[in-house]
Ligand binder design. Structure first.
Ligand SMILES: Cc1cc2nc3c(=O)[nH]c(=O)nc-3n(C[C@H](O)[C@H](O)[C@H](O)COP(=O)(O)OP(=O)(O)OC[C@H]3O[C@@H](n4cnc5c(N)ncnc54)[C@H](O)[C@@H]3O)c2cc1C
Length: 671
């Protein structure tokens, strides 16, 4: 009799972590990936992975503080139990990676070296030079290879996931995939399927993400009925290297190692930056955020850089927006040892040595906090129940999502170096529940009627054939992608305005319509990248639409989602009474906003192709929401007023709506 099998789509850190753990638990895995797993986008991760560690503990750090920083940095938009569990697992995960042979940087005493990343005051980030993602990916791949040799895992590299196969009860029973070399189709029967397919940066055209980050797989799951959460929360990283082909990241680790962001006080000062005296430089992040300095959370740093260039007119260059990121005060030897990989990238693409001359950088689309909606089961300690089949399961039974393509861990803004953690954590943690789910189904997927799989395969074959037959089409898919990317970058990144979002939604619908008239320059049926890209492009439109609609409906500012008309500015009054009154008003507004908007945006794919949006309460049972102040003018007074209110509320035994921990129902079929 056959045994249950699991299908893992995606071989980045999340997919490899899940595969390794599933194999350890004794279940067979088919691992499908668009690219060889070692070329998954995770290989590009530079800066490091977060966990509390021996050094930060001595300074008073704890798992709880890591949890608090993550939730506060994410503007309270994530369900708290999964985040708590993740931060508790973090030290064990980094130890595990160390044991697997990841060459983490060491101090002279032999301890793991740590650097500070944004949104925290502790040095929690372990790193392997500036190529941490590569080292982690290779370490996990080695483990998966061991299981391949044992016959527990079979890899399918250069295969494209096209559609989950659902049975008549709506349970996922596997998937249809396509070999990108022979272009042959194949169905995979699976008792549980895990989507681990990373982010969707290509919806924005140029981003810091790899060219395979199209979001196509998540979109296909969404179009098959999986819900998508918080799509409008797209992280724009503050420091990227502008490029005509793509935008390359200048990791936060550059600031973690002491890099300073500045602009000349004179607009477009033409002098060599090395000749600009200290008094003529404006270190605006340090000036405006004395506590966090250059390491304020990314959403804030990005807005400040954007603002200093657009509103204050202090861009370094006149015709191209950029600011300086300066490492020249740090010894070369330190830079090479700790940041070698990323400095080489800058030098290679800009032709300038960043050890000697300040770099020119500007924000770029980088990460998707939103993704496929997933469930969880809470335990009595407020964390997660290990082994529950609900953990990481989408609303489609038997279909799971992990890593960057889920919406679970980062709320409205991700803290740097928390993604590698959430990818590996979600992969490792979900495995026991996935095994339970795979063993729990009525009959094995392999014993399902062949008609079920044949029908799904036929659907994909005819989609493919009709695309190849479009030789007389009038539209060029690459041109459409360019237009989509430019549009999304213009209206749905740092600053969002409702009238622009509404117009952009209509434009995306037009682009989607034009896509139906695409001509393929390659109509062959052998390694046809043209058809693979055109399919992926078609699947970017549903994601673009849910991003725009979510952004339109969310009438507030939260984390990376910023509508200037709805911003809550700091205190302007100069007299004490006025300041106190404004602080009270600020807190009133914060409470109202929390009541109205502290909810996740959940999109379902409508029959007409439009996203249907509902709002889901957020589980804030562990940390009551509080004002996210960082460097806000008058922030200390607002905090004082807020604390007074909390005290009073506690004495009255009631608590204000926003300030009281809430346990909200988690929507979903299995809740
Ligand atoms: C330049 C850069 C640097 C970063 N540095 C850091 C850092 O230092 N620390 C940190 O915490 N985070 C960092 N991040 C974020 C982090 O790298 C990613 O969020 C994370 O690696 C995503 O891992 P993943 O396993 O979810 O997906 P990925 O690594 O993107 O893997 C996705 C997998 O899915 C497969 N796939 C995709 N579509 C399909 C399909 N249709 N069919 C079949 N397979 C498919 C791909 O082949 C791939 O194997 C960085 C991001 C960028 C852009």
């Amino acid at each position: 009799m056959s045994e249950p099998r699991v299908l893992v789509i995606g071989g980045g850190l999340a997919g490899l972590a899940a595969t390794m753990r599933l194999a350890e638990l004794g279940i067979g895995v088919d691992l499908v990936s668009l690219v060889p797993v070692k070329r998954s986008h995770s290989v590009c991760a530079q800066g490091g992975i977060n966990s509390v560690n021996a050094m930060t503990r001595q300074q008073g750090d704890s798992e709880w503080k890591h949890f608090d920083d993550t939730v506060y940095g994410g503007d309270f938009l994530q369900h708290q139990p999964p985040v708590k569990e993740m931060t508790e697992w973090a030290p064990k995960i980094v130890d595990l990676l160390d044991r697997l042979g990841v060459p983490f940087n060491r101090t002279p005493e032999g301890h793991r070296d740590q650097r500070r990343f944004g949104g925290t005051l502790y040095k929690r980030t372990a790193f392997a030079g500036a190529t941490t993602g590569q080292q982690l990916l290779y370490a996990l791949d080695e483990q998966v290879r061991r299981w391949e040799v044992e016959g527990k895992v079979k890899k399918w590299e250069f295969w494209d996931f096209l559609e989950p196969v659902l049975d008549s009860s709506g349970r996922c029973r596997g998937a249809v995939c396509q070999d990108m070399v022979t272009m042959a189709f194949r169905t995979f029967a699976a008792d549980a399927t895990i989507i681990a397919t990373g982010g969707c940066g290509l919806v924005y055209g140029r981003s810091t993400m790899s060219m395979v980050c199209t979001g196509s797989a998540a979109s296909r799951a969404y179009q098959a009925g999986a819900r998508y959460g918080n799509g409008e929360f797209i992280q724009v990283h503050p420091t990227a290297i502008p490029g005509a082909d793509k935008l390359r990241l200048m990791s936060e680790s550059a600031r973690g190692e002491g890099g300073r962001v500045w602009v000349p006080r004179t607009p477009h000062d033409a002098r060599d930056p090395r000749d600009i005296a200290e008094v003529d430089r404006y270190y605006f992040l340090e000036d405006r955020y004395p506590k966090y300095g250059n390491l304020v959370p990314r959403d804030i740093a990005t807005r400040e850089i954007f603002d200093i260039c657009t509103t204050d007119g202090l861009s370094v260059e006149k015709d191209r927006l950029c600011v300086y990121l300066d490492l020249t005060h740090i010894p070369r030897e330190t830079l090479d040892r700790k940041l070698g990989g990323i400095l080489e990238i800058y030098e290679k693409f800009q032709g300038v040595d960043p050890r000697a001359v300040p770099m020119k950088i500007f924000p770029a689309v980088h990460y998707s906090m939103g993704g496929l909606w997933v469930d969880y089961q809470k335990n009595a300690a407020g964390g997660l129940e290990e082994g529950s089949p609900r953990n990481q399961q989408t609303n489609i039974p038997g279909l799971y999502a992990i890593g960057e393509c889920d919406y679970q861990y980062h709320g409205a803004n991700r803290l740097g170096a928390n993604s590698l953690l959430s990818c590996i954590f979600s992969g490792l943690f979900c495995a026991s529940g996935v095994v339970a789910s795979a063993h729990g189904s009525r009959k094995l997927a392999a014993e399902e009627s062949t008609n079920l799989f044949a029908a799904a395969m036929r659907r994909q074959e005819s989609r493919h054939e009709s695309l190849l037959a479009r030789r007389l089409g009038t539209e060029n898919p690459y041109q459409l992608h360019l237009e989509l990317g430019n549009l999304m970058t213009r209206v749905a990144t740092v600053v969002r305005r409702n009238e622009q979002l509404t117009a952009a939604y209509a434009e995306v619908c037009t682009l989607e319509d034009r896509w139906k008239r695409c001509a393929l320059s390659d109509s062959g049926n052998w390694t046809n990248q043209n058809v693979v890209f055109t399919k992926a492009l078609g699947d970017m439109f549903p994601i673009a639409k849910l991003i725009l609609k979510g952004a339109l409906e969310r009438d507030e500012c939260r984390g990376a989602h910023y509508k200037p008309a709805l911003a809550m500015p700091g205190i302007a009054a100069t007299d004490l009474a006025g300041q106190y009154r404004e602080a009270q008003e600020w807190c009133d507004r914060f409470e109202q906003n929390t009541k109205r908007w502290l909810k996740s945006t959940i999109a379902s794919h409508g029959a007409d192709g439009d996203p249907q949006i509902v709002f889901e309460d957020v589980d804030t049972s562990l940390l009551p929401p509080r004002p996210r102040l960082y460097g806000l003018i008058g922030g200390e007074l607002i905090e004082e007023v807020w604390k007074e209110r909390q005290k009073k509320a506690a004495l009255n035994g009631s608590g204000s709506a926003a300030g009281t921990a809430q346990t909200a129902a988690v929507a979903g079929p299995s809740a």
